[in-house]
Write a protein that binds this ligand. Structure first.
Ligand code: SAH
Length: 478
């Protein structure tokens, strides 16, 4: 980040219509916020240059103070709010906006929902899949409870001036913000987190020091089950040993009765990854049970689960609606995680086949099938594009497919396989509107977009989720 005064093309004669602007960190100027960017920040223009200001809302007028100068854009913070938007609400957490995960707490919930729909429209306009102007993009489905929904917290544990702190990194830094509250988390998760931090302080268990690469506890991960209220705690540590382990476990057992599982994950050294490879059980079960769509799912500490259980059921029902299943269908559950989607829908179809790259998750999926006495579902380890040709070789055919890829979207090879296979019912669950729009440019015109249904899975954040109903175009039916 340039800290000195920055000037565009200082030596070149100024032939361009826009004269170079000179601006430095700390400069202040009035700014009108015009729109919201992809990360939820307000966008204004200072002498034609884009200026991002977190925690601002379109229509607001501020005195901006420059915090970073880049070639193509500026970053700034609010020095003074001159005209506030009627959509501005008091954030529930003091540090909202300083870290990811609740950066829209200042924006009225209805406006958040409108913003998320707009992100879909903007992504379509950017990648321009065929006929995009005519897609039906529905209003975002709201979360009934936009606070206290999140079932997982991964807080960094550090020591600042002798005080043990727990929270998330300040954006673009490795400074941990001590989060005493976090209004998006389920309340019991936060109570357990603060209690553990207090015990770590009292017992003087060494916490991780990034600079010296010393100390032991790096991160505490807590996962809470909405259906049972039970909690799983995982200590992610820099060494295998955990001093005062017995005392700590005794305290957990007597004073945090909701904790059903205590795990330790060994993740040595200075690494950008939060989790290491080795996970061991310290006390209780090695899994947590969550119920979704009337089924019970056991999940191990490492397995992926949607972060918002209440909305997850809405998401899955929307995916089911988009493919309108019948008892003779064979359904593919691609990017399956622990099989929650396919197993939820198994009773409505003849057969479910799923694939997923993480072996532990696939093991969970198959165990969860057995746990729920589901006999018509099978999950395999591998990438979607690896597994699909194996199934074709077995002579399997497919009527319906639900894809739920990570932010990177669908692999081109997998898209080609789908276009060859042409399942006539196709639901695409996306958590990244840019890769969705890009993938649509390939899927169309073999398929057409019936509608796009945004669903708010992560209130108070700029993250968007959507279900796309894709229909095979008539002339592509075999
Ligand atoms: N459908 C699940 C999980 C969705 S998250 C649910 O609703 O809970 C996306 C999942 O895709 C992750 O579990 C990730 O491990 C898996 N994944 C990532 N790349 C993959 C690929 N190329 N093929 C199959 N699965 C993949």
């Amino acid at each position: 980040m340039p800290s000195k005064r920055y000037q565009q093309s200082p030596s070149r004669p100024t032939r361009r219509p826009i004269p170079p602007i000179e601006v430095a960190i700390g400069d202040r100027f009035p700014l009108t916020i015009k729109k919201l960017g992809i990360n939820g920040q307000g966008i204004g223009y200072f002498k034609h240059k884009v200026c991002f200001v977190p925690q601002t809302i379109p229509g607001e007028i501020i005195v901006a103070e420059v915090t970073a100068v880049h070639e193509k854009y500026l970053e700034a913070k609010i020095h003074r709010l001159k005209k506030a938007s009627p959509d501005r609400v008091p954030p529930k957490d003091d540090y909202a906006g300083l870290a990811g995960g609740f950066e829209l707490e200042h924006l009225a919930y209805q406006r958040q929902l409108a913003y998320k729909r707009q992100v879909v429209l903007d992504s379509l306009a950017k990648f321009r899949p065929f006929g995009y102007q005519h897609y039906q993009v529905r209003p975002t489905i709201a979360a009934p409870h936009p606070y206290g929904y999140r079932n997982k917290a991964q807080f960094q544990i550090r020591q600042i001036d002798g005080q043990v702190v727990a929270g998330l990194y300040r954006a673009n830094s490795h400074e941990v913000i001590d989060m005493v509250t976090c209004a998006v988390q389920m309340p019991a998760t936060m109570q357990a987190m603060r209690q553990l931090v207090q015990w770590i302080q009292e017992l003087q268990i060494p916490v991780y020091d990034e600079e010296a690469n010393s100390g032991i506890i790096k991160t505490i991960a807590i996962r809470e089950s909405r259906s049972t209220g039970e909690i799983q705690v995982t200590f992610i540590t820099n060494s295998r040993k955990l001093p005062h382990k017995r005392l700590l476990l005794d305290k957990i057992q007597t004073e945090l009765p909701a904790v059903r599982s205590v795990m330790q994950n060994f993740n040595p050294g200075d690494t950008p990854l939060i989790w290491g490879k080795e996970t061991t059980k310290l006390a209780g079960d090695d899994y947590l049970t969550e119920s979704l769509m009337g089924l019970d799912f056991h999940l191990s500490a490492r397995s992926f689960l949607q972060l918002h259980p209440e909305q997850t059921e809405t998401l899955y029902e929307e995916a089911a609606k988009a493919i309108d299943l019948t008892p003779n269908d064979t359904l593919i559950d691609a990017y399956a995680g622990i099989g929650t989607i396919g197993l939820s829908l198994a009773s409505r179809v003849k057969r479910v086949l799923g694939m997923e790259t993480i072996p532990e998750a696939v093991a969970d999926a198959n165990r969860n099938a057995a746990l729920n006495e589901i006999t018509n579902a099978r999950y395999e380890v591998g990438t979607a594009e690896e597994v699909m040709p194996r199934w074709r070789q077995e002579g399997l055919t497919f009527d319906a497919i639900i894809v739920d890829p990570p932010r990177t979207g669908l692999d081109q090879v997998f898209i080609d396989q789908i276009l060859q296979e042409k399942p006539h019912k196709f639901a695409y669950i996306s958590c990244n509107m840019a890769t969705l729009a890009r993938n649509l440019t390939r899927l169309i015109p073999t398929y057409r977009v019936d509608y796009i249904q945004p669903i708010d899975m992560m209130p108070q954040t700029p993250r968007c989720e959507a279900v796309v109903k894709l229909v095979l175009n008539d002339h592509h039916h075999q």
